[in-house]
Write a protein that binds this ligand. Structure first.
Ligand code: BDR
Ligand code: CA
Length: 313
């Protein structure tokens, strides 16, 4: 089996870190061509730095990391330090990375890669606001038809929103970008809150990270301990949702997830519901399906996979 080529687009964020580690721990299945950082959970200066910290933690300082857009296409940047801390990776003390940041802009890297790799051989994995991806599609429309698939974390239908009553954070931060991506015609797989709110870091699961007995295991447990304080208080749940690694887990084992191929549109007009993912779950709109919108996860299988792979680093 040849490894599937992916570009991870990310705004770390502790849960983004789990996703990146899961991908880097799975070289037989996934060939990470590059990781592009975007402003989201925290400003770009932190997300590009955090991405490099995570690669170094994984023992993969050769991974190419690019900085992309430092703000959404048209709106003011909204960040989430209240969840992820000031640096985005608060919790354990992390050392400054020494691996380089690539000089090329992330958007240009995405364009160049999609043009140089065989058509439909590269999958995009956005874990943050969709600014870099939309910018690349706007700047180089020829690349859109060359994308194999986009597997992203964003949106919510049954769970609605987390940053507003109607919208999930990644889509809310840059709804114009999300609108471009959802209308692009590229096959989409969406991991919404409906799925990720079922992937909870219970004490038992966090202990399993810690019990790996490595720096990676300890760090992951410490990250989970940090960010779950916010979600446990907010939702009264047994742990925090581990959103972004659902994207990578889907690439490794799609059978862990269940959903429907439906039409999904993005609200870009109403301030009240800005960034809502209008998901036609019941097929009432007559609009063409554009996304495999997930609803269910085998959470035990997901955490087993994640823990086993983290133990490889
Ligand atoms: C998404 O927003 C961020 O806070 C997380 O990293 C995740 O990508 C969840 O709404
Ligand atoms: Ca994220």
């Amino acid at each position: 089996m040849t490894a599937r080529k992916i570009i991870i687009d990310t705004d770390p964020g502790q849960d983004d870190a789990f996703a990146i580690l899961l991908a880097l721990a799975s070289p037989a299945e996934l060939d990470v061509l590059g990781i592009t950082a975007v402003a989201g959970n925290v400003p770009l200066e932190f997300t590009q730095r955090n991405t490099r910290i995570i690669c170094e933690l994984a023992g993969k300082p050769d991974v190419k990391v690019y900085a992309g857009c430092d703000r959404p296409l048209t709106r003011k940047l909204v960040t989430a330090e209240h969840v992820h801390g000031k640096t985005g990776l608060d919790g354990p003390v992390m050392i400054e990375p020494t691996m380089p940041l690539q000089t090329q802009h992330a958007v240009d890297f995405i364009i160049e890669t999609l043009r140089s790799e065989p058509a439909k051989s590269v999958t995009l994995c956005p874990l943050g606001p969709l600014t870099n991806i939309a910018m690349a599609f706007e700047k180089a429309p020829d690349i859109v038809a060359r994308v194999q698939e986009i597997v992203l974390m964003g949106g919510g239908y049954f769970e609605q929103g987390n940053i507003t009553p109607a919208a999930e954070f990644n889509i809310y931060v840059d709804p114009q970008a999300a609108d471009i991506v959802f209308k692009s015609g590229v096959p989409l797989v969406v991991m919404p809150l409906d799925v990720t709110h079922r992937a909870l870091t219970t004490p038992e699961r966090v202990n399993a990270f810690r019990d790996i007995g490595t720096k990676v295991g300890e760090t992951c447990a410490a990250w989970a301990d940090f960010f779950e304080r916010f979600d446990i208080e907010k939702y009264g749940s047994a742990g925090a949702p581990l959103h972004d690694p659902c994207v990578i887990a889907y690439l490794l084992n799609p059978a862990l997830f269940k959903g429907r191929l439906i039409n999904v549109m993005i609200e870009t007009q109403s301030e009240l519901t800005m960034g809502a993912t209008v998901a036609d779950w019941w097929g009432v709109s007559g609009r063409q399906a554009n996304a495999l919108f997930m609803r269910d996860i085998d959470a035990a299988g997901f955490f087993d996979l994640l823990t086993q792979r983290l133990a490889r680093l």
